[in-house]
Design a protein around this ligand. Structure first.
Ligand code: MG
Length: 370
Protein backbone atom coordinates (compact mmCIF):
# COMPACT_ATOMS: atom_id res chain seq x y z
CA UNK A 1 0.00 0.00 0.00
CA UNK A 2 1.39 3.35 -1.06
CA UNK A 3 1.48 6.12 1.55
CA UNK A 4 -0.04 9.52 0.72
CA UNK A 5 3.45 11.04 0.69
CA UNK A 6 4.81 8.47 -1.81
CA UNK A 7 5.26 9.07 -5.53
CA UNK A 8 2.31 7.51 -7.37
CA UNK A 9 3.11 6.19 -10.84
CA UNK A 10 -0.19 7.46 -12.25
CA UNK A 11 0.79 11.01 -11.23
CA UNK A 12 4.24 10.96 -12.82
CA UNK A 13 5.27 14.14 -14.60
CA UNK A 14 5.96 11.85 -17.52
CA UNK A 15 8.61 11.31 -20.17
CA UNK A 16 10.24 13.77 -22.58
CA UNK A 17 8.77 11.83 -25.49
CA UNK A 18 5.25 10.70 -24.56
CA UNK A 19 4.69 6.95 -24.96
CA UNK A 20 1.50 4.88 -24.69
CA UNK A 21 0.97 3.11 -21.37
CA UNK A 22 2.22 -0.46 -21.18
CA UNK A 23 -0.58 -3.03 -20.62
CA UNK A 24 0.87 -4.53 -17.43
CA UNK A 25 3.91 -2.53 -16.27
CA UNK A 26 3.65 0.93 -14.74
CA UNK A 27 6.05 3.70 -15.78
CA UNK A 28 8.53 3.14 -12.95
CA UNK A 29 8.64 -0.61 -13.56
CA UNK A 30 9.42 0.16 -17.19
CA UNK A 31 12.15 2.59 -16.16
CA UNK A 32 13.69 -0.03 -13.88
CA UNK A 33 13.67 -2.51 -16.77
CA UNK A 34 15.18 0.04 -19.17
CA UNK A 35 18.03 0.64 -16.75
CA UNK A 36 18.68 -3.10 -16.41
CA UNK A 37 18.74 -3.46 -20.20
CA UNK A 38 21.16 -0.57 -20.71
CA UNK A 39 24.83 -0.92 -21.63
CA UNK A 40 25.88 1.40 -18.83
CA UNK A 41 24.28 -0.97 -16.32
CA UNK A 42 26.03 -4.03 -17.72
CA UNK A 43 29.37 -2.22 -17.62
CA UNK A 44 29.06 -1.85 -13.85
CA UNK A 45 30.25 -5.43 -13.59
CA UNK A 46 33.69 -4.46 -14.83
CA UNK A 47 34.05 -1.26 -12.83
CA UNK A 48 35.91 -1.12 -9.54
CA UNK A 49 34.02 -0.27 -6.38
CA UNK A 50 36.94 -0.31 -3.90
CA UNK A 51 38.97 -3.41 -4.76
CA UNK A 52 40.16 -4.29 -8.23
CA UNK A 53 40.07 -7.84 -9.56
CA UNK A 54 43.67 -8.19 -8.36
CA UNK A 55 42.25 -9.02 -4.94
CA UNK A 56 39.41 -11.41 -5.54
CA UNK A 57 36.52 -12.20 -7.85
CA UNK A 58 34.10 -12.31 -4.95
CA UNK A 59 34.63 -8.79 -3.64
CA UNK A 60 32.04 -6.16 -4.54
CA UNK A 61 32.23 -4.48 -7.89
CA UNK A 62 29.94 -1.62 -8.91
CA UNK A 63 27.26 -4.02 -10.12
CA UNK A 64 27.04 -6.15 -6.99
CA UNK A 65 27.24 -3.00 -4.84
CA UNK A 66 24.35 -1.60 -6.88
CA UNK A 67 22.30 -4.77 -6.30
CA UNK A 68 22.95 -4.53 -2.56
CA UNK A 69 21.79 -0.91 -2.52
CA UNK A 70 18.65 -1.92 -4.41
CA UNK A 71 17.91 -4.73 -1.98
CA UNK A 72 18.34 -2.52 1.10
CA UNK A 73 16.42 0.38 -0.44
CA UNK A 74 13.49 -1.83 -1.47
CA UNK A 75 13.17 -3.21 2.07
CA UNK A 76 13.10 0.28 3.60
CA UNK A 77 10.74 1.65 0.94
CA UNK A 78 8.22 -1.14 1.48
CA UNK A 79 8.19 -0.50 5.23
CA UNK A 80 7.63 3.23 4.73
CA UNK A 81 4.89 2.78 2.13
CA UNK A 82 7.06 4.38 -0.55
CA UNK A 83 7.01 3.48 -4.23
CA UNK A 84 9.21 0.37 -4.40
CA UNK A 85 9.34 0.36 -8.20
CA UNK A 86 10.68 3.91 -8.30
CA UNK A 87 13.14 3.16 -5.50
CA UNK A 88 14.40 0.11 -7.36
CA UNK A 89 14.87 2.06 -10.59
CA UNK A 90 16.76 4.79 -8.70
CA UNK A 91 18.97 2.32 -6.84
CA UNK A 92 19.87 0.41 -10.00
CA UNK A 93 20.79 3.60 -11.87
CA UNK A 94 22.51 5.43 -9.00
CA UNK A 95 26.11 4.51 -9.93
CA UNK A 96 25.99 4.25 -13.74
CA UNK A 97 27.80 7.60 -14.07
CA UNK A 98 30.96 6.38 -12.36
CA UNK A 99 34.16 6.15 -14.43
CA UNK A 100 36.56 3.18 -14.28
CA UNK A 101 38.89 2.69 -11.27
CA UNK A 102 36.44 3.66 -8.53
CA UNK A 103 36.96 6.90 -6.62
CA UNK A 104 40.54 7.19 -7.81
CA UNK A 105 39.26 7.25 -11.40
CA UNK A 106 36.67 9.87 -10.57
CA UNK A 107 39.27 12.06 -8.90
CA UNK A 108 41.72 11.68 -11.79
CA UNK A 109 39.07 12.55 -14.37
CA UNK A 110 37.89 15.55 -12.38
CA UNK A 111 41.47 16.79 -11.89
CA UNK A 112 42.30 16.66 -15.57
CA UNK A 113 38.97 18.25 -16.51
CA UNK A 114 39.62 21.11 -14.05
CA UNK A 115 43.04 21.65 -15.59
CA UNK A 116 41.11 22.33 -18.82
CA UNK A 117 38.53 24.60 -17.15
CA UNK A 118 35.76 22.01 -16.69
CA UNK A 119 34.91 19.41 -14.03
CA UNK A 120 33.55 15.88 -13.77
CA UNK A 121 30.47 14.99 -11.70
CA UNK A 122 29.15 11.42 -11.75
CA UNK A 123 25.49 12.38 -11.19
CA UNK A 124 25.54 14.80 -14.12
CA UNK A 125 27.29 12.16 -16.19
CA UNK A 126 24.62 9.59 -15.28
CA UNK A 127 21.95 11.99 -16.47
CA UNK A 128 23.75 12.40 -19.80
CA UNK A 129 23.95 8.62 -20.18
CA UNK A 130 20.21 8.10 -19.72
CA UNK A 131 19.28 11.22 -21.71
CA UNK A 132 21.63 10.89 -24.62
CA UNK A 133 24.35 8.24 -24.77
CA UNK A 134 22.29 5.07 -24.53
CA UNK A 135 21.19 4.17 -28.06
CA UNK A 136 18.60 1.45 -27.80
CA UNK A 137 15.28 2.73 -29.05
CA UNK A 138 14.33 3.79 -32.57
CA UNK A 139 12.11 6.71 -31.56
CA UNK A 140 14.51 8.66 -29.33
CA UNK A 141 18.05 8.91 -28.00
CA UNK A 142 18.60 7.80 -24.42
CA UNK A 143 16.19 5.81 -22.30
CA UNK A 144 13.36 8.39 -22.19
CA UNK A 145 12.96 7.86 -18.44
CA UNK A 146 10.22 9.51 -16.39
CA UNK A 147 10.84 12.88 -14.78
CA UNK A 148 10.97 11.32 -11.29
CA UNK A 149 13.81 8.93 -12.19
CA UNK A 150 15.83 11.67 -13.89
CA UNK A 151 15.20 14.00 -10.95
CA UNK A 152 16.35 11.27 -8.54
CA UNK A 153 19.56 10.71 -10.51
CA UNK A 154 20.43 14.36 -10.02
CA UNK A 155 19.11 14.99 -6.53
CA UNK A 156 19.50 11.77 -4.51
CA UNK A 157 22.83 12.65 -2.92
CA UNK A 158 23.50 16.27 -3.68
CA UNK A 159 21.73 19.65 -3.85
CA UNK A 160 22.65 21.55 -7.00
CA UNK A 161 22.49 25.34 -7.08
CA UNK A 162 20.10 26.63 -9.74
CA UNK A 163 22.35 29.63 -10.47
CA UNK A 164 25.34 27.43 -11.13
CA UNK A 165 23.39 24.80 -13.10
CA UNK A 166 20.68 26.60 -15.09
CA UNK A 167 20.43 23.56 -17.40
CA UNK A 168 18.98 21.60 -14.46
CA UNK A 169 16.22 24.12 -13.74
CA UNK A 170 13.45 21.68 -14.73
CA UNK A 171 14.40 19.44 -11.78
CA UNK A 172 12.91 21.78 -9.14
CA UNK A 173 16.29 22.50 -7.53
CA UNK A 174 14.81 24.69 -4.80
CA UNK A 175 12.62 21.81 -3.57
CA UNK A 176 13.45 18.57 -1.80
CA UNK A 177 13.45 15.37 -3.85
CA UNK A 178 10.74 12.76 -3.14
CA UNK A 179 11.40 10.40 -0.21
CA UNK A 180 12.14 7.63 -2.74
CA UNK A 181 15.19 9.59 -3.95
CA UNK A 182 16.23 10.74 -0.47
CA UNK A 183 16.31 7.10 0.58
CA UNK A 184 18.92 6.11 -2.04
CA UNK A 185 21.67 8.17 -0.46
CA UNK A 186 21.29 6.49 2.94
CA UNK A 187 20.82 3.00 1.46
CA UNK A 188 24.07 3.58 -0.47
CA UNK A 189 25.94 4.70 2.69
CA UNK A 190 24.65 1.74 4.70
CA UNK A 191 25.42 -0.73 1.91
CA UNK A 192 29.00 0.28 1.28
CA UNK A 193 29.96 0.96 4.90
CA UNK A 194 29.07 -2.58 5.93
CA UNK A 195 30.27 -4.22 2.69
CA UNK A 196 33.64 -2.47 2.75
CA UNK A 197 34.31 -3.67 6.31
CA UNK A 198 33.63 -7.17 4.98
CA UNK A 199 35.80 -6.91 1.86
CA UNK A 200 38.52 -5.04 3.76
CA UNK A 201 38.65 -7.86 6.30
CA UNK A 202 38.66 -10.56 3.61
CA UNK A 203 41.44 -8.72 1.78
CA UNK A 204 43.39 -8.74 5.09
CA UNK A 205 43.79 -4.98 4.96
CA UNK A 206 41.63 -4.71 8.08
CA UNK A 207 42.10 -7.06 11.01
CA UNK A 208 39.42 -8.07 13.45
CA UNK A 209 41.27 -6.12 16.15
CA UNK A 210 41.47 -2.90 14.11
CA UNK A 211 37.77 -3.06 13.30
CA UNK A 212 36.81 -3.84 16.89
CA UNK A 213 38.76 -0.89 18.23
CA UNK A 214 37.70 1.55 15.49
CA UNK A 215 34.03 0.58 15.10
CA UNK A 216 32.39 0.22 18.54
CA UNK A 217 29.00 -0.85 17.16
CA UNK A 218 30.72 -3.75 15.38
CA UNK A 219 32.64 -4.66 18.56
CA UNK A 220 29.40 -4.89 20.56
CA UNK A 221 27.74 -7.20 18.04
CA UNK A 222 30.89 -9.28 17.64
CA UNK A 223 30.91 -9.86 21.41
CA UNK A 224 27.25 -10.97 21.17
CA UNK A 225 28.14 -13.39 18.37
CA UNK A 226 31.03 -14.78 20.41
CA UNK A 227 28.71 -15.46 23.32
CA UNK A 228 26.07 -17.09 21.11
CA UNK A 229 28.47 -19.07 18.88
CA UNK A 230 31.68 -19.56 20.87
CA UNK A 231 32.87 -22.49 18.74
CA UNK A 232 32.40 -21.31 15.14
CA UNK A 233 35.19 -19.92 13.00
CA UNK A 234 36.05 -16.23 13.27
CA UNK A 235 34.67 -15.27 9.86
CA UNK A 236 31.22 -16.56 10.75
CA UNK A 237 31.16 -14.48 13.94
CA UNK A 238 32.37 -11.59 11.83
CA UNK A 239 29.46 -12.12 9.41
CA UNK A 240 26.99 -12.26 12.29
CA UNK A 241 28.29 -8.93 13.58
CA UNK A 242 28.10 -7.25 10.15
CA UNK A 243 24.60 -8.60 9.63
CA UNK A 244 23.50 -7.12 12.97
CA UNK A 245 25.05 -3.72 12.20
CA UNK A 246 23.23 -3.68 8.87
CA UNK A 247 19.97 -4.68 10.50
CA UNK A 248 20.35 -2.09 13.26
CA UNK A 249 21.01 0.75 10.84
CA UNK A 250 18.21 -0.21 8.45
CA UNK A 251 15.74 -0.62 11.33
CA UNK A 252 16.77 2.74 12.74
CA UNK A 253 16.42 4.44 9.38
CA UNK A 254 12.88 3.10 9.00
CA UNK A 255 11.80 4.12 12.52
CA UNK A 256 13.49 7.49 12.52
CA UNK A 257 12.20 8.44 9.06
CA UNK A 258 8.68 7.47 10.10
CA UNK A 259 9.07 9.81 13.13
CA UNK A 260 10.41 12.62 10.97
CA UNK A 261 7.46 12.31 8.59
CA UNK A 262 5.00 12.50 11.49
CA UNK A 263 6.84 15.39 13.14
CA UNK A 264 6.95 17.38 9.91
CA UNK A 265 3.22 16.74 9.45
CA UNK A 266 3.83 15.69 5.86
CA UNK A 267 0.87 14.04 4.07
CA UNK A 268 1.59 14.50 0.40
CA UNK A 269 4.41 14.51 -2.15
CA UNK A 270 3.99 18.28 -2.47
CA UNK A 271 4.61 18.65 1.27
CA UNK A 272 7.69 16.43 1.04
CA UNK A 273 8.99 18.71 -1.72
CA UNK A 274 8.16 21.88 0.22
CA UNK A 275 9.71 20.65 3.48
CA UNK A 276 12.81 22.71 4.35
CA UNK A 277 14.89 19.59 5.14
CA UNK A 278 15.29 16.01 3.98
CA UNK A 279 13.16 13.64 6.05
CA UNK A 280 14.92 10.33 5.36
CA UNK A 281 17.56 10.17 8.08
CA UNK A 282 19.14 8.01 10.76
CA UNK A 283 18.61 8.94 14.41
CA UNK A 284 21.42 11.10 15.84
CA UNK A 285 22.89 8.14 17.75
CA UNK A 286 23.04 5.82 14.74
CA UNK A 287 24.09 8.63 12.41
CA UNK A 288 27.10 9.07 14.70
CA UNK A 289 27.87 5.33 14.40
CA UNK A 290 27.65 5.54 10.62
CA UNK A 291 29.79 8.67 10.48
CA UNK A 292 32.41 7.07 12.72
CA UNK A 293 32.46 3.89 10.63
CA UNK A 294 32.92 5.91 7.47
CA UNK A 295 35.79 7.90 9.02
CA UNK A 296 37.35 4.59 10.05
CA UNK A 297 37.07 3.24 6.51
CA UNK A 298 38.68 6.35 5.05
CA UNK A 299 41.55 6.19 7.47
CA UNK A 300 42.26 2.47 7.36
CA UNK A 301 41.03 1.36 3.96
CA UNK A 302 40.31 4.01 1.31
CA UNK A 303 43.53 5.91 2.16
CA UNK A 304 45.54 2.75 2.82
CA UNK A 305 48.95 2.81 1.07
CA UNK A 306 48.25 -0.81 0.01
CA UNK A 307 45.73 0.53 -2.51
CA UNK A 308 48.20 3.12 -3.86
CA UNK A 309 49.38 1.08 -6.87
CA UNK A 310 45.81 0.99 -8.21
CA UNK A 311 45.31 4.68 -7.52
CA UNK A 312 48.57 5.53 -9.27
CA UNK A 313 47.52 3.41 -12.24
CA UNK A 314 44.16 5.16 -12.39
CA UNK A 315 45.74 8.59 -12.42
CA UNK A 316 48.46 7.69 -14.90
CA UNK A 317 46.21 5.88 -17.36
CA UNK A 318 43.36 8.38 -17.33
CA UNK A 319 45.65 11.40 -17.56
CA UNK A 320 47.81 9.99 -20.34
CA UNK A 321 44.89 8.74 -22.43
CA UNK A 322 43.11 12.06 -22.00
CA UNK A 323 46.16 14.04 -23.18
CA UNK A 324 46.72 11.56 -26.02
CA UNK A 325 43.21 12.13 -27.44
CA UNK A 326 43.47 15.88 -26.86
CA UNK A 327 46.56 15.87 -29.08
CA UNK A 328 45.17 13.31 -31.56
CA UNK A 329 41.37 13.58 -31.73
CA UNK A 330 41.46 11.67 -35.05
CA UNK A 331 42.26 8.58 -32.95
CA UNK A 332 38.88 8.77 -31.22
CA UNK A 333 36.10 6.45 -32.47
CA UNK A 334 34.17 8.05 -35.35
CA UNK A 335 31.02 8.65 -33.29
CA UNK A 336 33.01 10.65 -30.71
CA UNK A 337 34.80 12.63 -33.44
CA UNK A 338 31.33 13.60 -34.65
CA UNK A 339 30.32 14.76 -31.16
CA UNK A 340 33.33 17.05 -31.07
CA UNK A 341 31.67 19.17 -33.78
CA UNK A 342 29.08 20.45 -31.30
CA UNK A 343 30.72 19.98 -27.88
CA UNK A 344 34.16 20.89 -26.48
CA UNK A 345 36.73 18.18 -27.19
CA UNK A 346 37.56 17.98 -23.48
CA UNK A 347 33.94 17.05 -22.69
CA UNK A 348 33.81 14.49 -25.51
CA UNK A 349 36.98 12.76 -24.31
CA UNK A 350 35.75 12.87 -20.72
CA UNK A 351 32.46 11.23 -21.75
CA UNK A 352 34.36 8.53 -23.64
CA UNK A 353 36.68 7.74 -20.73
CA UNK A 354 33.92 7.90 -18.11
CA UNK A 355 31.95 5.26 -19.99
CA UNK A 356 34.84 2.78 -20.02
CA UNK A 357 35.20 -0.29 -17.83
CA UNK A 358 38.47 -1.02 -16.03
CA UNK A 359 39.22 -3.72 -18.63
CA UNK A 360 38.54 -1.52 -21.61
CA UNK A 361 40.62 1.43 -20.45
CA UNK A 362 43.59 -0.90 -19.82
CA UNK A 363 43.17 -2.22 -23.38
CA UNK A 364 43.16 1.32 -24.78
CA UNK A 365 46.24 2.19 -22.79
CA UNK A 366 48.11 -0.81 -24.14
CA UNK A 367 46.85 -0.29 -27.67
CA UNK A 368 48.43 3.17 -27.92
CA UNK A 369 51.68 2.13 -26.17
CA UNK A 370 51.43 5.02 -23.73
MG1 MG B 1 26.88 3.73 -4.69
Amino acid sequence: MLADYAVHAAESRGRRFPEPQHPYRNDFQRDRDRVIHSRAFRRLEAKTQVFTRRYSDHFRNRLTHTLEVAQIARTIAAQLGLNVDLVEALALVHDVGHPPFGHAGEKALDTIMRAHGFFFDHNLHALRIVEDFELRYAAFRGLNLTFEVREGIIKHSHDYDANQFPELAEYLLDRRPPLEAQLIDLADEIAYSTADLDDGYEARLLTLETIRSGVPVFARFYADAERTYPDVMEKLKFNEAIKRVLDRWVGDLIRNTRDQIVKAGVHSLEEVRACPRRLVALSPEVEEERRRTKAFLYETLYYSPTLDPEKDDAEKIITQLFEFWMAKPDQLPASYQGSADHAPLTRVICDYIAGMTDNYIYEQYEKYHL
